[in-house]
Design a protein around this ligand. Structure first.
Ligand SMILES: [Zn+2]
Length: 328
């Protein structure tokens, strides 16, 4: 009899999955705890399990529907708990029920805080889908980079920013995902193009305080080379996210369907920049460094996502935007 045809039995060591855990990560932990290969464990679940599945494997396309009930029997974890904890099964259920959107499929994979896991007696790295607001472990003030887990509690503004981040996720559920992508892109553009020297100084200051750690989990998650950028810009990212996720502010953006002249839109742009200046405590967002033009500033480009603004030929746009009292 093939392993997948044999009646499923409770494993000697039954582990609970961690919330959001990648299926491959859970099965690898389960196999190791029961001293068997992960390929063998997969065979007990489904004839279609790929023997080469890794800790990152999270797709169940070819696994039979018996995999879930068999896993429940083998671990003693009820089916509904497995479905809630493991996005791989939650996605299958969502597809089967026609409830649409794959759950958390777009979140990046991160290694869960190792110190939190130790409290639960888990010594191996646990790979999970984690929302951006959970990248910082509040209990241990560790940033959950894909490869390292640096302490960041001493960097100014990070802990407070995370509290605000949770609030924004609750307040703007419909726009938060889109706004997160936009705010990440915007902040990264500022960082790379050096359009905002005041922010650049803040980020550099955090960067020198950031402990340098050797990659700890380089073979578990795909290594991200821009993670330090996320850490040092996190407070400003959250400040801007509050503006970008808010439908009232989004409504000020330039409509995508038609061209407008800068004259028609200068009040809206002015109001968005003033609000961003307030939130970031940088009164000079509209002052461009040398050889930078206002209409190329990443925040301006956010207000004008399809490039619909027409500029008058000779006027420098920022002289149009800044009223005489501000220009002084
Ligand atoms: Zn922790």
């Amino acid at each position: 009899m093939e392993p997948w045809d044999a009646p499923a039995r409770l494993l000697p060591v039954a582990l609970q999955p961690v919330h959001g855990e990648v299926l491959g990560s859970y099965l690898h932990r389960l196999a190791a705890a029961n001293r068997m290969s992960s390929a063998r464990l997969g065979q007990y679940l489904s004839p279609h399990s790929n023997p080469l599945f890794t800790r990152r494997t999270d797709a169940l396309r070819r696994w039979t529907p018996t995999a879930l009930p068999r896993l429940a029997t083998m671990t003693g974890v009820p089916i509904d708990v497995l479905q809630r904890s493991l996005p791989a099964f939650a996605r299958l259920a969502a597809r089967a029920n026609g409830t649409g959107e794959p759950i958390h499929a777009h979140y990046d994979l991160y290694v869960v805080c190792r110190l939190c896991m130790l409290r639960h007696g888990i010594h191996e790295p646990v790979l999970a889908h984690m929302a951006p607001a959970l990248r910082l472990c509040r209990r241990h003030t560790i940033w959950l980079d894909g490869a390292c887990h640096p302490h960041v509690g001493h960097l100014d503004g990070l802990i407070k920013a995370q509290r605000q981040h949770f609030g924004l996720v609750r307040r703007f559920p419909d726009t938060i995902d889109m706004a997160t992508k936009e705010a990440e892109k915007l902040i990264r553009s500022w960082l790379i193009t050096n359009y905002q020297p005041v922010l650049q100084k803040r980020w550099q200051k955090r960067l020198v305080q950031l402990p340098r750690e050797e990659p700890r989990y380089s073979d578990v998650a795909r290594q991200r080379h821009d993670e330090w950028e996320r850490i040092v810009t996190y407070p400003e990212f959250v400040s801007l996210l509050g503006l970008i996720a808010d439908p009232r502010w989004r409504a000020h953006r330039i409509p995508t369907g038609r061209h407008v002249s800068i004259e028609d839109h200068r009040d809206a742009i002015s109001v968005i920049f003033a609000e961003a200046e307030r939130r970031l405590s940088v009164p000079t967002l509209r002052v461009m460094p040398e050889r930078r033009t206002f209409h190329n500033d990443p925040l301006f480009r956010w207000t004008n996502p399809r490039g619909r603004v027409h500029f008058p030929c000779r006027d420098e746009p920022h002289t149009v935007i800044r009223s005489p009292s501000q220009a002084g």
